[in-house]
Every structure is written in C-alpha cells, then in structure tokens.
Ligand binder design. Structure first.
Ligand code: SF4
Length: 237
C-alpha cells in the first residue's frame, strides 16, 4: 500500500471514529484544497458530520464560489456563518475598512469579529470539530496533533490531515476529481480573506502569502488561539 493509500485509510478511520463517538461533530472548511479532500471523504462516506464555512464578507469570489461547486457536485449545502453586521459596521466606522494593515492588534480584532465570533457560534453545542490543517503548512503548525483537547471551545479538535504532505493533498484531488478553488492554480497555496492573501513565488513558504506584512509567529487568525497565544495542546490519543 502506498503512503497516500495508508494515509487515506487512516483518515477515513479517524472520520468514522469521530462520527461514531463525537456526535454532534462539525467540520470547519475554509474551502481550500485540504478542506476539499476532507469534504470529499465525509460526503462520499455519507458521514453525519456537518460542514460549515466562515463567510467573513472579505473572501475572494472564487472561494465563495466553492460553496456552489460543492452544492452542484455533491448536492450538499455547506452552511455559511457570517459576522454580526453591527460589529463589522462599528469596526469599519471606527477604524476604516482595511485597518488590519495598521497593526497586529487591529488585524486580530478584525479576525475576531469576522472569524472567531462566528466560529464560536458554529461550534456551540458540539462535541468535536475538525480542521484541514497540516503540520507542514507553517512554523506555527509544526507540532499539530491529529487529536487535541480544545479547552477554549470545551471540546475535542481533530486535524485528520496533520501528517499529509501538500503532494498527498494534490494527488488525492487529482485521483478523485475533487473540485478545488481555482486560486490554487494562480499561486495561492493558502487562501484566506482577499485583502489578507496574496500569491507567492515557487519555493516560498506555503503560508508566505497570508498576512505577509506580519512576523511568521503571529500568522494565525485566532481560531486556534486562546488569550492571544497560540495553543499547542497535548495530544490525547
Ligand atoms: S483575514 Fe483579514 S479581512 Fe479576514 S478577518 Fe482576518 S484581518 Fe479581517
């Protein structure tokens, strides 16, 4: 069995265990390549794991278009969680539309309003959540475990693709005709909000196009952070 085949087998087993032992569980999809692999595995197996995305209001049209693509190909409606309008309006009125370029604090506040608060709503009442994060994506993810306690959300967090390589992801996508965000073909290996993501050059770090004006250590959106610090929680299995 190839390395990828064995990773697929392991990932399927993890997803089946989540569905069996952690209901209700949800998958937070950013609609990027890794997330499409997990979407494909979950929907093909008809697992009772709901898929949602954080529609921040600042995504590329290509990214938002993936919601319709999944509907068209799989007949599945990804639920979009949006920020509170009043909070967005207050931030923009006070600081300007693109104040996240001014400081890490301003950037984290924008992420808090547009991502963290909607995520908390999406996770309310759940027993586990799933992400498509991989260890090799960045220095901030180097110690990522497949299963972690997530005390911030009071549940277990799974990263079933933690040990997948970028090549594994693309081999899976091509072998299974999985739809993917066309921005990946235009130099965007990692895709976030439109004003905070840019294309990178061959050989650059995968996350180099995200919040490129900040230090690598601060480049997380706050979804995996507690009290402003990255949480690397001990593995529980
Ligand atoms: S990635 Fe940029 S635009 Fe999106 S929520 Fe964070 S700071 Fe705001």
């Amino acid at each position: 069995m190839s390395t990828l085949d064995s990773r697929i087998t392991d990932t399927k087993a993890i997803l089946e265990r989540i569905a069996a032992d952690f209901t209700p569980a949800v998958f937070a999809s950013s609609l990027a390549a890794e997330d499409m692999v997990l979407t494909d595995l979950i929907l093909r197996a008809k697992l009772p794991i709901a898929i949602f995305t954080l529609e921040t209001g600042r995504l590329h049209k290509e990214t938002v278009g993936m919601i319709a693509k999944v509907r068209e190909i799989y007949g599945y409606e990804i639920e979009a969680y949006r920020p509170e309008t009043a909070a967005v309006d207050a931030y923009v009125a006070q600081n300007g539309l693109n104040a996240f370029y001014d400081s890490v604090e301003m950037r984290k506040e924008c992420c808090r309003i547009r991502k963290v608060e909607p995520l908390n709503r999406a996770l309310a009442g759940k027993r586990a959540w799933i992400t498509g994060q991989r260890r090799s994506q960045s220095t901030t993810r180097a110690e990522l475990a497949v299963q972690e306690d997530d005390p911030a959300h009071g549940m277990v967090k799974f990263n079933p693709l933690a040990d997948w390589s970028e090549e594994d992801v693309w081999n899976y996508i091509r072998a299974n005709n999985v739809p993917y965000n066309p921005l990946h073909d235009r130099g965007y290996p990692s895709i976030g909000c439109e004003p905070c993501t840019r294309a990178i050059q061959p050989g650059e770090d995968v996350r180099a196009g995200r919040w490129w004006w900040e230090n690598p250590e601060s480049k997380e959106c706050g979804l995996h952070v507690v009290d402003g610090k990255l949480v690397r929680i001990k593995q529980t299995a």
